[in-house]
Design a protein around this ligand. Structure first.
Ligand code: ADP
Ligand code: MG
Length: 340
Protein backbone atom coordinates (compact mmCIF):
# COMPACT_ATOMS: atom_id res chain seq x y z
CA UNK A 1 0.00 0.00 0.00
CA UNK A 2 1.13 3.53 -0.73
CA UNK A 3 1.68 5.93 2.13
CA UNK A 4 -1.40 8.07 2.76
CA UNK A 5 -2.60 10.42 5.46
CA UNK A 6 -5.49 8.84 7.38
CA UNK A 7 -8.92 10.46 7.00
CA UNK A 8 -9.79 12.39 10.20
CA UNK A 9 -12.43 9.98 11.46
CA UNK A 10 -10.13 6.99 11.17
CA UNK A 11 -7.25 8.85 12.84
CA UNK A 12 -9.62 9.79 15.66
CA UNK A 13 -10.90 6.23 15.98
CA UNK A 14 -7.34 5.00 16.34
CA UNK A 15 -6.69 7.63 19.02
CA UNK A 16 -9.97 6.62 20.69
CA UNK A 17 -8.46 3.18 21.21
CA UNK A 18 -6.20 4.72 23.85
CA UNK A 19 -8.62 6.94 25.75
CA UNK A 20 -12.08 5.43 25.19
CA UNK A 21 -12.01 1.94 26.54
CA UNK A 22 -15.60 1.75 27.84
CA UNK A 23 -18.50 3.99 28.93
CA UNK A 24 -16.74 4.87 32.19
CA UNK A 25 -13.81 6.34 30.26
CA UNK A 26 -16.24 8.55 28.33
CA UNK A 27 -17.80 9.73 31.58
CA UNK A 28 -14.35 10.44 32.97
CA UNK A 29 -13.28 12.56 30.02
CA UNK A 30 -16.55 14.50 29.88
CA UNK A 31 -16.82 15.16 33.62
CA UNK A 32 -13.20 16.27 33.68
CA UNK A 33 -14.05 18.74 30.92
CA UNK A 34 -16.95 20.05 33.00
CA UNK A 35 -14.64 20.46 36.00
CA UNK A 36 -12.05 22.24 33.84
CA UNK A 37 -14.88 24.55 32.70
CA UNK A 38 -15.49 25.58 36.32
CA UNK A 39 -18.86 23.86 36.74
CA UNK A 40 -20.30 23.66 40.25
CA UNK A 41 -23.01 21.19 39.30
CA UNK A 42 -22.68 18.16 37.02
CA UNK A 43 -25.53 15.81 36.17
CA UNK A 44 -24.81 12.44 34.62
CA UNK A 45 -27.53 10.43 32.91
CA UNK A 46 -26.81 6.90 31.76
CA UNK A 47 -28.95 4.50 29.77
CA UNK A 48 -28.14 0.84 29.36
CA UNK A 49 -24.80 1.01 31.10
CA UNK A 50 -23.79 3.87 28.81
CA UNK A 51 -23.98 1.90 25.57
CA UNK A 52 -27.25 3.63 24.64
CA UNK A 53 -26.74 7.06 26.20
CA UNK A 54 -24.22 9.01 28.24
CA UNK A 55 -25.40 12.55 28.91
CA UNK A 56 -23.37 15.04 30.91
CA UNK A 57 -24.83 18.43 31.77
CA UNK A 58 -22.86 21.15 33.47
CA UNK A 59 -23.22 24.78 34.48
CA UNK A 60 -19.66 25.67 33.52
CA UNK A 61 -18.29 28.36 31.23
CA UNK A 62 -19.83 26.99 28.05
CA UNK A 63 -18.14 27.08 24.64
CA UNK A 64 -18.58 30.12 22.34
CA UNK A 65 -20.45 29.38 19.13
CA UNK A 66 -17.43 30.03 16.92
CA UNK A 67 -15.30 27.54 18.89
CA UNK A 68 -17.76 24.63 18.83
CA UNK A 69 -16.32 23.14 15.65
CA UNK A 70 -12.81 23.39 17.05
CA UNK A 71 -13.83 21.72 20.30
CA UNK A 72 -14.66 18.61 18.26
CA UNK A 73 -11.43 18.70 16.26
CA UNK A 74 -8.39 16.67 17.22
CA UNK A 75 -5.49 18.40 18.96
CA UNK A 76 -7.69 21.39 19.67
CA UNK A 77 -7.57 22.58 23.27
CA UNK A 78 -8.05 25.81 25.19
CA UNK A 79 -5.89 24.54 28.05
CA UNK A 80 -2.35 24.39 26.70
CA UNK A 81 -0.75 26.71 24.21
CA UNK A 82 2.94 26.17 24.81
CA UNK A 83 5.44 23.78 26.32
CA UNK A 84 5.61 26.04 29.37
CA UNK A 85 1.86 25.59 29.88
CA UNK A 86 2.24 21.83 29.68
CA UNK A 87 4.97 21.87 32.32
CA UNK A 88 2.70 23.67 34.79
CA UNK A 89 -0.60 21.96 34.05
CA UNK A 90 -3.39 22.08 36.61
CA UNK A 91 -6.35 21.24 34.36
CA UNK A 92 -7.41 17.65 33.76
CA UNK A 93 -7.33 18.06 30.00
CA UNK A 94 -4.45 19.06 27.78
CA UNK A 95 -4.37 16.64 24.89
CA UNK A 96 -7.35 18.03 23.02
CA UNK A 97 -8.33 14.50 22.02
CA UNK A 98 -11.32 13.44 24.06
CA UNK A 99 -14.19 15.04 22.17
CA UNK A 100 -12.71 14.18 18.77
CA UNK A 101 -12.07 10.59 19.83
CA UNK A 102 -15.47 10.04 21.42
CA UNK A 103 -17.35 11.62 18.53
CA UNK A 104 -15.55 9.34 16.07
CA UNK A 105 -16.93 6.23 17.82
CA UNK A 106 -20.46 7.42 18.75
CA UNK A 107 -23.19 9.87 17.76
CA UNK A 108 -22.06 12.85 19.82
CA UNK A 109 -23.79 16.20 20.10
CA UNK A 110 -22.41 19.13 22.01
CA UNK A 111 -24.82 21.84 23.12
CA UNK A 112 -23.50 24.92 24.83
CA UNK A 113 -24.12 28.47 25.84
CA UNK A 114 -21.69 30.97 27.33
CA UNK A 115 -22.68 33.70 29.76
CA UNK A 116 -22.28 36.30 26.99
CA UNK A 117 -24.50 34.55 24.44
CA UNK A 118 -28.26 34.98 24.47
CA UNK A 119 -28.82 31.68 22.67
CA UNK A 120 -27.33 28.21 22.69
CA UNK A 121 -25.83 26.24 19.80
CA UNK A 122 -25.45 22.60 19.08
CA UNK A 123 -22.64 20.92 17.17
CA UNK A 124 -22.05 17.45 15.80
CA UNK A 125 -19.44 15.95 13.48
CA UNK A 126 -20.40 13.96 10.40
CA UNK A 127 -18.75 11.53 8.01
CA UNK A 128 -15.18 10.44 7.54
CA UNK A 129 -14.03 14.07 7.27
CA UNK A 130 -15.82 14.84 10.54
CA UNK A 131 -17.25 18.06 9.12
CA UNK A 132 -18.94 19.91 11.96
CA UNK A 133 -22.55 21.16 11.66
CA UNK A 134 -23.72 23.88 14.04
CA UNK A 135 -27.42 24.57 14.60
CA UNK A 136 -29.40 26.72 17.10
CA UNK A 137 -30.60 25.03 20.29
CA UNK A 138 -32.10 25.74 23.70
CA UNK A 139 -29.83 25.42 26.73
CA UNK A 140 -29.05 27.36 29.91
CA UNK A 141 -25.50 28.61 30.55
CA UNK A 142 -23.13 25.65 30.43
CA UNK A 143 -22.79 22.57 28.28
CA UNK A 144 -24.48 19.27 27.60
CA UNK A 145 -22.80 16.44 25.79
CA UNK A 146 -24.89 13.53 24.55
CA UNK A 147 -23.02 10.40 23.56
CA UNK A 148 -25.45 8.02 21.88
CA UNK A 149 -24.74 4.46 20.68
CA UNK A 150 -21.13 4.25 21.82
CA UNK A 151 -18.98 2.09 19.50
CA UNK A 152 -21.86 1.64 17.01
CA UNK A 153 -19.35 1.93 14.17
CA UNK A 154 -16.52 -0.03 15.82
CA UNK A 155 -18.12 -3.45 16.37
CA UNK A 156 -14.93 -5.03 17.70
CA UNK A 157 -14.95 -2.51 20.56
CA UNK A 158 -18.66 -2.86 21.15
CA UNK A 159 -18.29 -6.59 21.59
CA UNK A 160 -15.92 -5.98 24.49
CA UNK A 161 -18.58 -4.19 26.52
CA UNK A 162 -19.75 -6.14 29.56
CA UNK A 163 -23.31 -6.21 30.90
CA UNK A 164 -25.13 -2.91 31.46
CA UNK A 165 -24.84 -3.48 35.18
CA UNK A 166 -21.08 -4.00 35.06
CA UNK A 167 -20.51 -0.98 32.83
CA UNK A 168 -22.67 1.15 35.12
CA UNK A 169 -20.72 -0.05 38.15
CA UNK A 170 -17.50 1.16 36.52
CA UNK A 171 -19.10 4.58 36.05
CA UNK A 172 -20.37 4.64 39.63
CA UNK A 173 -16.95 3.63 41.00
CA UNK A 174 -15.19 6.29 38.98
CA UNK A 175 -17.63 8.94 40.19
CA UNK A 176 -17.00 7.96 43.81
CA UNK A 177 -13.32 8.67 43.36
CA UNK A 178 -13.88 12.08 41.84
CA UNK A 179 -16.60 12.88 44.40
CA UNK A 180 -14.04 12.47 47.18
CA UNK A 181 -11.60 14.97 45.75
CA UNK A 182 -14.15 17.43 44.35
CA UNK A 183 -16.35 17.69 47.39
CA UNK A 184 -17.27 21.23 46.33
CA UNK A 185 -19.21 19.92 43.32
CA UNK A 186 -22.85 18.84 43.29
CA UNK A 187 -23.00 15.58 41.32
CA UNK A 188 -25.99 13.47 40.37
CA UNK A 189 -25.90 10.12 38.61
CA UNK A 190 -28.93 8.35 37.17
CA UNK A 191 -29.35 5.06 35.36
CA UNK A 192 -32.29 4.27 33.08
CA UNK A 193 -34.23 7.23 34.42
CA UNK A 194 -33.65 6.43 38.10
CA UNK A 195 -31.55 8.65 40.38
CA UNK A 196 -28.78 6.47 41.80
CA UNK A 197 -26.40 8.97 43.46
CA UNK A 198 -26.73 12.46 44.74
CA UNK A 199 -23.59 14.07 46.14
CA UNK A 200 -24.41 17.45 47.63
CA UNK A 201 -21.64 20.03 47.87
CA UNK A 202 -19.57 19.69 51.04
CA UNK A 203 -18.10 22.87 52.45
CA UNK A 204 -17.05 21.81 55.95
CA UNK A 205 -15.21 18.90 57.58
CA UNK A 206 -18.52 17.57 58.78
CA UNK A 207 -20.11 17.65 55.34
CA UNK A 208 -16.97 16.10 53.88
CA UNK A 209 -17.23 13.22 56.35
CA UNK A 210 -20.82 12.72 55.23
CA UNK A 211 -19.64 12.43 51.66
CA UNK A 212 -16.89 10.06 52.77
CA UNK A 213 -19.55 7.97 54.51
CA UNK A 214 -21.64 7.92 51.32
CA UNK A 215 -18.67 6.75 49.27
CA UNK A 216 -16.72 4.48 51.61
CA UNK A 217 -19.17 3.54 54.31
CA UNK A 218 -19.97 4.92 57.72
CA UNK A 219 -17.46 2.81 59.69
CA UNK A 220 -14.52 4.38 57.87
CA UNK A 221 -15.91 7.92 58.06
CA UNK A 222 -16.80 7.65 61.75
CA UNK A 223 -13.27 6.69 62.73
CA UNK A 224 -11.23 8.45 60.11
CA UNK A 225 -8.24 10.47 61.24
CA UNK A 226 -7.82 13.83 59.65
CA UNK A 227 -4.52 14.78 58.03
CA UNK A 228 -3.61 18.31 57.06
CA UNK A 229 -0.03 19.46 56.72
CA UNK A 230 1.62 22.15 54.64
CA UNK A 231 5.40 22.23 54.44
CA UNK A 232 7.78 23.74 51.93
CA UNK A 233 5.27 23.88 49.06
CA UNK A 234 3.85 20.40 49.70
CA UNK A 235 0.32 20.21 51.11
CA UNK A 236 -1.13 16.88 52.19
CA UNK A 237 -4.75 16.64 53.32
CA UNK A 238 -7.23 13.83 53.74
CA UNK A 239 -8.27 11.00 56.02
CA UNK A 240 -6.73 7.77 57.29
CA UNK A 241 -8.36 4.71 58.71
CA UNK A 242 -7.94 4.38 62.44
CA UNK A 243 -5.20 1.78 63.07
CA UNK A 244 -7.27 0.03 65.73
CA UNK A 245 -10.26 -0.41 63.47
CA UNK A 246 -10.68 -4.01 62.37
CA UNK A 247 -12.91 -3.16 59.44
CA UNK A 248 -11.53 -3.96 55.97
CA UNK A 249 -11.98 -0.74 54.01
CA UNK A 250 -11.79 -0.72 50.25
CA UNK A 251 -10.71 2.86 49.98
CA UNK A 252 -7.16 3.61 48.86
CA UNK A 253 -7.19 6.86 46.99
CA UNK A 254 -4.31 9.19 46.33
CA UNK A 255 -4.72 12.39 44.36
CA UNK A 256 -2.03 14.70 43.07
CA UNK A 257 -3.23 18.20 42.31
CA UNK A 258 -6.78 16.85 42.14
CA UNK A 259 -5.93 13.96 39.82
CA UNK A 260 -6.36 10.38 41.02
CA UNK A 261 -3.14 8.51 40.42
CA UNK A 262 -1.82 5.05 40.97
CA UNK A 263 1.36 5.41 42.83
CA UNK A 264 3.38 2.88 44.74
CA UNK A 265 5.11 5.65 46.62
CA UNK A 266 2.05 6.49 48.72
CA UNK A 267 1.14 2.85 49.36
CA UNK A 268 4.62 2.31 50.63
CA UNK A 269 4.52 5.38 52.86
CA UNK A 270 1.14 4.35 54.31
CA UNK A 271 2.29 0.84 55.09
CA UNK A 272 5.49 2.07 56.65
CA UNK A 273 3.64 4.61 58.82
CA UNK A 274 1.08 2.04 60.02
CA UNK A 275 3.54 -0.78 60.64
CA UNK A 276 4.24 0.06 64.31
CA UNK A 277 0.53 0.65 65.07
CA UNK A 278 -1.22 -2.57 64.47
CA UNK A 279 -2.74 -5.32 62.51
CA UNK A 280 -4.45 -3.60 59.59
CA UNK A 281 -2.42 -4.55 56.55
CA UNK A 282 -4.13 -2.31 54.04
CA UNK A 283 -5.46 0.66 55.99
CA UNK A 284 -7.94 2.79 54.10
CA UNK A 285 -6.94 6.28 53.08
CA UNK A 286 -8.01 9.26 51.03
CA UNK A 287 -5.00 11.50 50.57
CA UNK A 288 -4.67 14.60 48.48
CA UNK A 289 -1.32 16.10 47.71
CA UNK A 290 -0.99 19.58 46.25
CA UNK A 291 2.33 20.82 44.99
CA UNK A 292 3.84 23.12 42.42
CA UNK A 293 2.80 21.60 39.07
CA UNK A 294 6.37 22.09 37.84
CA UNK A 295 7.40 19.41 40.34
CA UNK A 296 5.33 16.68 38.73
CA UNK A 297 4.96 15.33 35.20
CA UNK A 298 1.40 14.28 34.35
CA UNK A 299 2.04 13.64 30.68
CA UNK A 300 3.26 10.09 31.20
CA UNK A 301 0.31 8.10 29.88
CA UNK A 302 -2.71 8.95 27.64
CA UNK A 303 -5.20 8.06 30.35
CA UNK A 304 -3.09 10.08 32.82
CA UNK A 305 -3.24 7.45 35.56
CA UNK A 306 0.38 7.92 36.39
CA UNK A 307 2.50 10.86 37.35
CA UNK A 308 6.21 11.30 37.85
CA UNK A 309 7.55 13.38 40.70
CA UNK A 310 10.77 15.20 40.03
CA UNK A 311 11.79 14.59 43.65
CA UNK A 312 10.08 11.30 44.42
CA UNK A 313 12.17 10.54 47.50
CA UNK A 314 11.44 13.92 49.02
CA UNK A 315 7.69 13.56 48.39
CA UNK A 316 7.67 10.06 49.85
CA UNK A 317 9.48 11.16 53.00
CA UNK A 318 7.16 14.12 53.43
CA UNK A 319 4.08 11.90 53.21
CA UNK A 320 5.61 9.37 55.58
CA UNK A 321 6.42 12.03 58.17
CA UNK A 322 2.95 13.57 58.01
CA UNK A 323 1.31 10.18 58.46
CA UNK A 324 3.65 9.20 61.26
CA UNK A 325 2.93 12.34 63.23
CA UNK A 326 -0.83 12.04 62.64
CA UNK A 327 -0.70 8.50 64.03
CA UNK A 328 1.60 9.43 66.90
CA UNK A 329 -0.85 12.05 68.13
CA UNK A 330 -3.75 9.70 68.28
CA UNK A 331 -2.81 7.30 71.02
CA UNK A 332 -5.66 8.62 73.15
CA UNK A 333 -8.20 9.20 70.38
CA UNK A 334 -11.02 6.67 70.86
CA UNK A 335 -12.69 4.84 68.00
CA UNK A 336 -15.85 6.47 66.68
CA UNK A 337 -14.68 10.03 67.34
CA UNK A 338 -16.29 11.55 64.22
CA UNK A 339 -20.00 11.02 64.69
CA UNK A 340 -20.94 12.65 61.38
P1 ADP B 1 -8.92 18.87 26.36
O1 ADP B 1 -9.81 18.68 27.54
O2 ADP B 1 -7.68 18.03 26.42
O3 ADP B 1 -8.65 20.29 26.05
P2 ADP B 1 -11.21 17.85 24.87
O4 ADP B 1 -11.33 17.20 23.55
O5 ADP B 1 -11.66 17.11 26.05
O6 ADP B 1 -9.69 18.28 25.06
O7 ADP B 1 -11.98 19.25 24.81
C1 ADP B 1 -11.63 20.18 23.80
C2 ADP B 1 -11.95 21.59 24.24
O8 ADP B 1 -13.38 21.77 24.28
C3 ADP B 1 -11.48 21.96 25.63
O9 ADP B 1 -10.14 22.43 25.62
C4 ADP B 1 -12.46 23.04 26.06
O10 ADP B 1 -12.07 24.31 25.56
C5 ADP B 1 -13.74 22.66 25.33
N1 ADP B 1 -14.70 21.94 26.20
C6 ADP B 1 -14.93 20.61 26.23
N2 ADP B 1 -15.89 20.28 27.12
C7 ADP B 1 -16.29 21.45 27.69
C8 ADP B 1 -17.27 21.80 28.69
N3 ADP B 1 -18.04 20.87 29.31
N4 ADP B 1 -17.40 23.13 29.00
C9 ADP B 1 -16.64 24.06 28.39
N5 ADP B 1 -15.70 23.79 27.45
C10 ADP B 1 -15.52 22.51 27.09
MG1 MG C 1 -10.81 16.95 28.02
Amino acid sequence: MAIQILPPQLANQIAAGEVVERPASVVKELVENSLDAGASRIDIEIEKGGSKLIRIRDNGSGIPKDELALALARHATSKVHSLEDLEAILSFGFRGEALASISSVSRLTLTSRTAEQSEAWQAYAEGSEMAVKVIPAAHPRGSSIDVVDLFFNTPARRRFLKSDKTEFTHIDEWLKRIALVRADIHFTLSHNGKLVRQYRPANSDNQYLQRLAQVSGKPFADQAIKVDCLHDGLHLTGYLQHPHSQQAVDCHYFYVNGRLVRDRLVNHAVRQAFAPHGESEQPGYVLMLSLDPHQVDVNVHPAKHEVRFHQARYVHDFILQVLQSALAQLQELPLGHNPA
